[in-house]
Design a protein around this ligand. Structure first.
Ligand code: DQA
Length: 146
């Protein structure tokens, strides 16, 4: 099983960026935890971070023939990107949306996700554990689907 993991804009600054909202772990540290979990679950992953909506859309499109599912923190694009939503719909791959912070407990504009309705689920508010919980949930979903 192969999972595409995507981190959206400004997540390259994790560790330094608003630790009260996003915790103190760097993106590299989160990716190391994801790689360890992937080993435990005996799956393969490919991980990318980008500040560009175009890059994220292109990676999702390319998942069509190569990946069984997508784990994504779309970051600010969660609240704005019809293009990312349409790309997820277009590739017919199960997708889980994750957020470090609880987007529903923050500013009102963060309460709406354009991405969540085309995902199998959303994990929000558990810090770096949102990624780990989301990856476990996605892998279980795909196993049950097969
Ligand atoms: C975020 C929440 C978004 O609202 C925000 O724009 C981010 C990070 C999170 O992981 O909590 O950049 O996706």
């Amino acid at each position: 099983m192969k999972i595409l993991i995507l981190h959206g804009p400004n997540l390259n600054l994790l560790g330094k960026r608003e630790p009260e909202n996003y915790g103190t772990k760097t993106l590299q540290e989160i990716n190391t935890l994801l790689a360890a979990l992937a080993g435990e679950l005996k799956i393969e992953t490919e991980i990318h971070q980008s500040n560009s909506e175009t890059f994220i859309v292109e990676k999702i499109q390319a998942s069509l023939d190569n990946f069984d599912g997508i784990l994504i923190n779309p970051a600010a694009y969660t609240h704005t990107s019809i293009a990312i939503r349409d790309a997820i719909t277009a590739v017919y791959r199960p997708c889980v949306e994750v957020h470090l912070s609880n987007i529903h407990a923050r500013e009102e504009f963060r309460h709406t996700s354009l991405i969540a309705p085309v995902c199998i689920g959303q994990v929000s508010g558990f810090g770096h554990n949102s990624y780990l919980l989301g990856l476990r949930a996605l892998v279980e979903y795909i196993k049950e689907e097969k």
